[in-house]
Design a protein around this ligand. Structure first.
Ligand SMILES: Nc1nc2c(ncn2[C@@H]2O[C@H](COP(=O)(O)OP(=O)(O)OP(=O)(O)O)[C@@H](O)[C@H]2O)c(=O)[nH]1
Ligand SMILES: [Mg+2]
Ligand SMILES: [Zn+2]
Length: 308
């Protein structure tokens, strides 16, 4: 019978079958999907075929072709990658300018990956109840930067805020919640539901970082957003961008891609070539230095992977 994977703990999967029942399933050790090398062959959001054996155990035997998915390498150099979720309508990337601080490199690497897989992304700046005026100014500065590039952004407080604008973003869509540990993904999920659906954790006093409280991915169904759903996932540290060709990287930075049309050379990598419109726009402040640095950092990974 067919079903939808709604929870993944790494070694077991919870599948909502077409008849509405939830069934715990396993996969054979040698189960692999052609062409994708990942630590998890099956992800939340996958539609699968399940067979029940005589001993009552349930096994995933097939995965339907994915409409899309988001994949990341755990570190820049690791060859193993991990599928965050499959068949999603959008990513809500939760970020915080402090407690913990999400780096712009992380944001940009994440955004570039979503561009590569053509998944729309909403940037959600959380914990605004907590911030000093300077930190609020930083939130506004980043929001206007990403809005100017063409992203939708929101500033919210998952603990004390009014979330109706946010909820509108989730209606009729399957949304993947992602971000660093401790930014408030699970807190936001609980706030959307108005009750405790999943555990949340403290920020460590010593490091001002999350403690990796959520250890599995799970899809939650909320009446108000039906037929949409929200997928809470474990916090992630680095974001090693997926394998990209050097020439391809600029395609995933919208403003760099637009500006690159004016570069003198068609194969310009925007790293010091004469007549480079991108470098000029960076100097004039029309392209943010932080974005340009993120672009260079992914470009660096490409070179590194190639010569290893
Ligand atoms: N002041 C304030 N605290 C928040 C807000 N959102 C989350 N927190 C707190 O931040 C801490 C971490 O929240 P979680 O929801 O567990 O974070 P997470 O992103 O799910 O973290 P992982 O599961 O480890 O990836 C908790 O102590 C929350 O109460 C917010 O908007 N304002
Ligand atoms: Mg969590
Ligand atoms: Zn150029």
């Amino acid at each position: 019978m067919r079903g939808l994977v709604i929870k993944s703990t790494g070694n077991a999967y919870l599948v909502r079958m077409d008849d509405g029942s939830d069934v715990e399933c396993h996969i054979k050790g040698n189960f692999r999907i052609r062409g994708i090398r990942s630590t998890n062959p099956v992800a939340v959001g996958d539609y699968v075929e399940v067979q029940t054996l005589a001993d009552g155990t349930n096994w995933i035997t097939e995965i339907e072709e994915r409409r899309n998915y988001i994949i990341r390498r755990s570190t820049n150099l690791s060859k193993e990658s991990h599928i965050l979720a499959a068949n999603i309508d959008q990513v809500a990337l939760i970020v915080t300018v402090n407690h913990p601080e999400t780096s712009t490199t992380f944001i940009d690497r994440f955004l570039a990956t979503c561009e590569a897989y053509s998944v729309p992304t909403v940037l959600i700046f959380n914990k605004i109840d907590l911030f000093t005026p300077d930190e609020i100014a930083r939130v506004e500065e980043l929001r206007s930067l990403y809005e100017s590039i063409g992203y939708t952004t929101l500033a919210i407080s998952a603990v004390s805020g009014e979330l109706s604008d946010l909820k509108k973003q989730f209606v009729n869509k399957v949304t993947l919640l992602s971000g660093n540990s401790g930014v408030g993904k699970s807190t936001l999920l609980n706030a959307l539901f108005g009750k405790e659906m999943t555990r949340t954790g403290k920020i460590s006093d010593a490091h001002d970082k999350g403690m990796h409280t959520t250890t599995f991915s799970e899809m939650y169904f909320l009446d108000d957003i039906t037929p949409g759903a929200v997928i809470d996932t474990p916090g992630i540290k680095g974001f090693g961008a997926i394998n990209m060709e050097k020439e391809e990287v600029s395609h995933y930075f919208r403003e760099i891609f637009r500006t690159a049309q004016e570069c003198r050379f068609g194969n310009c990598t925007h790293t010091g070539e004469p007549g480079c419109a991108v470098s000029e726009a960076v100097v004039r402040g029309e392209i943010a230095m932080s974005r340009y640095e993120s672009y260079l950092s992914i470009l660096g990974d490409c070179t590194e992977t190639k010569y290893r």
